[in-house]
Design a protein around this ligand. Structure first.
Ligand code: APR
Length: 312
């Protein structure tokens, strides 16, 4: 059986780390795609990563390109095309620049790899994934946005450090849009099933929620650009769940068709990811205050989607 084919659209900071992880995990052969002006950069990064295979011992091929024809027949595409945030910018501030880019990417993906499971990382995330589905017309389960795995990872780290426990035992779900209104679900935050509130006082938990909501911005302020290691790992967890049919329950920006009371909107919800893509959304019970937070987050995502819809 031939190896799977993985297309990484955008060969920047996240793209490079995605390629490294996909190859190291032997998930498939990788094409690192970027615009024509950065084709040599993509090829150089791919060559460096292929040389790395002699040391680390993976057989996956990694190639750089600016030709969409090379992405023909991809099983998975992970999209980071666009510009990242700079200090002082919100994710929503990127919409004017990244909207034409996601439209260009979606039109080409529709032409060259219409069967691929698409994972969108470009920001503003929930609106960009909506636009990808709108332009490609792909089935709703064949595209998802990566935000919830990352936001949950940040939340879990802060909980582990505050409680003084292993990161391996912390379980949490952060739902809603990938913005300052995201919804860390405290009622489901546990240390291997034991409520986190057993170990962490309410005011400390609230401080962790606040830090998680601004978790991306904290890194942008420190580095001058946005995070890339944890975002790449999070997207690869989703790609792996699809490629290996793992049926993992992951928080993903998935298309809502009535679930949680929302229609025609992508926001972060718990979903099973397997060979069918986003196979099933799980409508967990939320407290009244979590429902209110989700409504606020959904409204803020909708306002960015509305801007996209009005932009020719
Ligand atoms: N097609 C393909 N690639 C493109 C396109 C396009 N139409 N337009 C831009 N790119 C490429 C850029 O040339 C650049 O190499 O996307 C790459 C983005 O890489 P970085 O600038 O390093 O950004 P990165 O940190 O990887 O983040 C990318 O993910 O988290 C989000 O907010 C972040 O939207 C940003 C995206």
């Amino acid at each position: 059986m031939a190896r799977k084919k993985i297309g990484l659209i955008g060969a920047g900071n996240i793209g490079g780390e995605l390629a490294r992880l996909c190859a190291n995990k032997e998930l498939g052969d990788v094409w690192l795609f970027d615009i024509a002006a950065k084709e040599n950069f993509a090829k150089g990064k791919a060559l460096d990563l292929e040389q790395n295979s002699s040391v680390l011992g993976y057989d996956a091929h990694i190639r750089g390109t600016s030709s969409w024809a090379d992405l023909e027949g991809c099983d998975v595409v992970i999209i980071t095309a666009g510009v990242p945030r700079k200090p002082g910018q919100s994710r929503d501030d990127l919409v004017a620049i990244n909207l034409p880019i996601i439209r260009d990417v979606a039109a080409n993906a529709k032409k060259y790899c219409p069967g691929a499971f698409a994972i969108v990382i470009s920001n503003p995330l929930d609106a960009m994934v909506y636009e990808y589905k709108r332009v490609t017309g792909c089935p709703k389960g064949m595209v998802a946005g990566m935000a919830g795995v990352l936001d949950s990872a940040r939340f879990q780290l802060f909980v582990a450090r505050e409680a003084g426990v292993s990161i391996k035992d912390v379980r949490a779900m952060v739902l809603g849009g990938h913005g300052d209104d995201m919804v860390p679900v405290l009622s489901m935050t546990t240390i291997n099933g034991v409520p986190a509130s057993t170990f962490i006082a309410a005011d400390k938990l609230q401080a962790i929620v606040d830090r998680t909501r601004k978790g991306g911005g904290e890194i942008v302020n420190l580095m001058g650009t946005s995070a890339y290691y944890a975002p790449a790992s999070s997207a690869v967890a989703m790609a792996e769940a699809f490629l290996l049919d793992q049926k993992r329950l992951l928080p993903c920006a998935a298309y809502l068709d009535g679930e949680f009371g929302y229609h025609d909107l992508f926001i972060g919800v718990p979903a099973f990811v397997g060979a069918g893509g986003v196979e099933r959304i799980v409508q967990i019970a939320l407290t009244d205050s979590e429902k209110a937070m989700l409504a606020k987050s959904a409204a803020s995502v909708q306002s960015v989607v509305d801007i996209c819809k009005k932009t020719p």
